[in-house]
Design a binder for this molecule. Structure first.
Ligand code: KIV
Length: 255
């Protein structure tokens, strides 16, 4: 297997070769290193860390300082995979702010950044791309807007939502995004966007026809037994195994 460093350009090229992209989230050194050693080409330090690591009810409270802390930890794994970091909520309202915060994430160890939104953030995307920082888009259900929207729901079910998603996707590609996450997009719409774009789409809860798939790693590993997610069936029951091992160990100490 080649050990060449994966870049945003390599991720783009995977679509051109018809190679599917497997992406996962990583929030710290061991997770980034283990996923990298498993050959995952794109790792995201997602602001989902607010929910799955920090215990917040949603991603809206995650701060730049918290992102930097976790990007530094994941970055110490010096992965072959491309390490992408989320710009958290309220960190990219203007192009100047977006660029200065994207630079902070890069200084912490990120090799690309992701932000949520379409046409409304194009000046921010252009500023980031013009500074030479690879940008990953995120369309569909935007978790940073969950409070205004009143919950998580599938996007692209109506004609106007479909058109709006397609227009946003084309605009982000035109602005220089190297790829985009499609979260909870109606599978038929995700397929159409995937067919229209030269850059890869990476889906989560958006059907099988995207160019790749991304999951929140603790969901894949069954580390969060308190939540019942529709879009992912855990492939491991890590929470149960951990409880059993800890219980056994505790008994070996106390008996
Ligand atoms: O924050 C995150 O983990 C994400 C993924 C769900 C794509 O944005």
């Amino acid at each position: 297997m080649s050990v060449e460093k994966i870049t945003a350009e390599s991720i783009r090229a995977m679509k051109a070769r018809g190679e599917k992209i497997a992406a996962l989230t990583a929030y710290d050194f061991p997770m980034a290193r283990l996923l990298d050693e498993s050959g995952v080409p794109l790792l995201l330090v997602g602001d989902s860390l607010g929910m799955v690591v920090l215990g917040y009810p949603d991603t809206t409270r995650v701060t730049m300082e918290e992102m930097e802390h976790h990007v530094r930890a994941a970055g110490r794994a010096r992965t072959r995979a491309l390490l992408v970091a989320d710009l958290p909520s309220q960190s990219y309202q203007t192009p100047e702010k977006a660029l200065s915060n994207a630079r902070r994430l890069v200084a912490a160890g990120a090799e690309a950044v992701k932000a949520e939104g379409g046409r409304e953030i194009l000046p921010q995307v252009r500023a980031i791309v013009a500074a030479g920082i690879p940008f990953l888009g995120h369309l569909g259900m935007l978790p940073q807007h969950v409070l205004e929207e009143g919950g998580y729901r599938v996007k692209g079910k109506t004609e106007s939502e479909q058109q709006s998603l397609m227009t946003d996707a084309l605009a982000l590609a035109e602005a220089g995004a190297f790829g985009m996450v499609l979260e909870l997009v109606a599978p038929r719409v995700a397929r159409e966007i995937t067919q229209r774009l030269a850059i890869p789409t990476i889906g989560i809860g958006s059907g099988q026809d995207c160019d790749g798939q991304i999951l929140v790693t603790p969901d894949l590993l069954g580390m969060l037994p308190w939540y019942n997610l529709k879009h992912v069936k855990p492939k491991l029951n890590a929470a149960e195994q951990m409880r059993a091992v800890v219980k056994q160990w505790k008994e070996s100490v106390t008996q």
